[in-house]
Write a protein that binds this ligand. Structure first.
Ligand code: X5A
Ligand code: ZN
Length: 669
């Protein structure tokens, strides 16, 4: 993890008079950088980062995105008279030229490039550039919305040109539409631009028709522009996560980028005067985490907006701490996505399904009652907006400070047979807790194939120790090789885990006979297999059947993003038990991706159970548990025929019980 910081040199060369006269921005202020940086220092996060020195972008680099006339114009601003400066400023919308800004803007763009260099050459895994002025509104020949040079757009072109990146994903989670980025890459299939933004049916700045969901890109770039308009303020964590699970992540995985750039604006967080949204700063930990297994982990976040200094500093810390690999915060009490968000989601999926095979089976808005629904929603939104307006201005938003995210002393542990080698970096558990006569007799009563009684009891007492140490956060995660996985799962969920944690998410890859009850909600079982006969038994047992088996990457990815992740977020487990049944057919890359993604739940407490003779995949397992990014799923580039239709129908069925599975507005009125 590396980071860059550009702080504007506050030269005091007789500017006292100018200070008053130069049109100045009230919210895009230097303190944005100082409070963010001070928070990183105070929390000890900056000490854990490699610092990447800032530099100015060269003319040639700025010209990758901007016109010569525009660059020449900006170049003159440091020497302009006040009057000329004002006049220059007035050509553009919502931008303020200070005599220093040309220098700062060159540093901002150059720092983003320094970060791209460090990440693309492998000097650091990922990083964040703390820069200002922001960039995503600036266009080829125009400044806009506090932005002078388009830092991230320049970085994308630079990564392609200098580092040979073939596909670059830009994720713009700033609350404004980065129209400058959209215009830059509209007809370019090598750069996928995703943006969500406050839109309010074009009533919100920059009030552009082309910020709506139906701007999908042009020519060969069609499908490579993904806009998610928010038509109401007050969006929450569940709304953001829904869009990630049901739109961005499937598309991003199918795109298979070589580099991920984030337009990391934090005006999408609670308390921001521009965004007026309600997502909490810890959501950025999850948004970051969900992108960290793309592009082999190569991710550069570049600061854009964010104008509530408290919310900004907290959000920056959450992002950086996640890039450093610390355990994710638990997002408790997720509400269901709101109707307005669902409508946006439905519209985006419906227009993008033409371009992405992974969305092929999404509901088609044209054939449902969404247009009627749209009109009703628009009316409701308008009423809401009117009544909310003055209420909002009166009360200041308050929210609790994000909880501390403590790294366990031991990241990963293993429970292995004596003759099995322990992978590097994992701590082998040898000693174990005395289970007591009751547990021992319960374990003895289970039939343990291939294992003598004594061995069985020893293994399970170590597993018990492992789970207990995860509960107390002495150990982060772990893997166990057991002679009979099916029996081991049963034992863990029935006898061990339930004593220690209140909710266990059991993710089972491959076929397994369930011999335990799931009705009480103490565990949620999601089983992904090639078997077709299993029926859903109640709310807490969800069999997902991939007709072509777990080797079907498209199907598997659909199951993971469309079902497993939203279910996991809604269930909010205290422990994740990932079970690999022998002969499941899941590929190593997919397996590693799955572990990486599951680490977002239960503060990273994942226990992987595998069968002793299935030890060949120990390498990828250990690597993922230790937090190394998974290799990209290249096979998605030439998508195989899939069975997503069945999965879609299943998701629709489950929506009554699980609100995070919704992707359409509710039927009825
Ligand atoms: C980068 C950014 C906001 C511009 C708002 C203009 N710009 N009303 O957040
Ligand atoms: Zn913004």
């Amino acid at each position: 993890m590396g980071w860059g910081l550009t702080d504007p040199p506050q030269e005091e060369d007789g500017l006292a008079l100018q200070e008053e006269a130069v049109p100045a921005c009230k919210i895009e202020v230097p303190e944005r950088l100082s409070v963010s940086y001070e928070a990183l220092v105070r929390t000890g996060l900056s000490d854990r980062c490699v610092s990447v020195p800032p530099r100015e972008a060269s003319d040639a680099e700025i010209l990758l995105v901007h016109s010569e006339e525009y660059l020449e114009g900006v170049k003159k601003t440091p020497h302009m008279t006040l009057e000329d400066l004002k006049e220059f400023t007035l050509q553009y919308g919502d931008v303020y030229f200070h005599p220093n800004i040309y220098h700062c803007a060159k540093l901002a763009a150059g720092s983003a490039l320094q970060l791209v260099d460090s990440v693309m050459t492998g000097k650091v895994r990922n990083g964040m550039a703390l820069v200002r002025p922001p960039g995503h509104h600036s266009m080829r020949s125009a400044a806009s919305g506090f932005c002078v040079f388009n830092n991230v757009a320049i970085a994308a072109r630079y990564a392609k040109q200098k580092h040979g990146a073939e596909r670059v994903l830009i994720v713009d989670w700033d609350i404004h539409h980065g129209q400058g980025v959209q215009y830059c890459f509209e007809d370019d299939p090598s750069v996928l631009y995703f943006s969500w933004h406050r839109y309010e049916r074009q009533k919100f700045w920059p009030n552009l028709r082309e910020s709506d969901y139906d701007s999908v890109g042009k020519g060969s770039g069609a499908g490579f522009n993904v806009n998610v308009p928010w038509n109401e303020v007050g969006m929450e964590n569940s709304d953001y996560l829904s869009v990630f699970c049901h739109v961005l992540l499937p598309v991003a995985y199918e795109f298979c980028p070589d580099l991920v750039l984030v337009c990391a604006g934090f005006d999408s967080a609670i308390g921001d005067p521009e965004g007026e949204m309600c997502a909490t700063p810890d959501i950025f930990a999850h948004l970051t985490h969900l992108l960290m297994n793309l592009a082999g982990g190569k991710l550069c976040a570049v600061l854009e907006g964010g104008y509530n200094l408290t919310s900004l500093a907290q959000s920056v810390c959450q992002t950086v701490q996640t890039l450093l690999g610390d355990p994710l915060p638990q997002l408790a009490n997720l509400r269901s996505p709101c109707e307005s968000a669902l409508e946006s989601l439905q519209c985006v999926r419906s227009v993008q399904r033409r371009y992405w095979s992974i969305l092929k089976h999404a509901a088609d808005s044209a054939t449902t009652d969404v247009s009627n629904k749209r009109i009703k929603l628009a009316k409701a939104e308008e009423e809401k907006a009117e009544t909310a307006e003055d209420e909002r201005s009166q009360e200041e938003k308050v929210w609790p400070e994000p909880a501390e995210r403590l790294r366990p002393p031991v990241c990963s542990a293993s429970v292995l047979p004596d003759d099995a080698a322990c992978p590097d970096g994992l701590k082998r558990l040898v000693s174990s807790k005395d289970l007591g006569p009751l547990l021992v007799s319960r374990i003895r009563n289970r039939s343990m194939e291939d294992a003598g009684d004594a061995d069985g009891v020893a293994t399970f007492s170590r597993l018990y120790t492992l789970i207990e140490k995860m509960r107390t956060n002495e150990i982060g995660n772990g893997v166990a090789l057991v002679p009979d996985v099916a029996a081991a799962v049963e034992c863990v969920v029935q006898d061990l885990g339930s004593d220690l944690v209140s909710r266990v998410l059991v993710v089972c890859v491959g076929k397994e006979e369930l011999n335990y009850a799931t009705a009480d909600g103490k565990m949620l079982v999601v089983q992904i297999s090639g078997e077709d006969k299993e029926e859903q038994k109640g709310k807490y047992y969800i069999p997902v059947c991939l007709k072509k088996g777990c080797g079907d990457t498209v199907g598997f990815i659909q199951a993971v993003f469309g079902l497993l992740l939203p279910l996991g977020y809604e269930y909010d487990p205290g422990l994740v038990l990932l079970v690999r049944m022998p002969g499941s057919g899941v590929g190593d890359c997919m397996w590693q991706q799955l572990i990486g993604l599951l680490k977002g739940f239960a503060k990273g407490h994942t226990l992987v159970l595998m069968q002793t003779n299935d030890g060949a995949c120990m390498g990828p397992t250990a690597s993922a548990l230790l937090g190394h990014p998974a290799p990209p799923l290249q096979e998605l580039l030439t998508p195989l025929p899939d069975d997503g239709g069945a999965l879609e129908r299943m998701r629709e069925r489950l929506q009554a019980d699980w609100k995070m599975l919704q992707t359409t507005v509710s039927s009825g009125n």
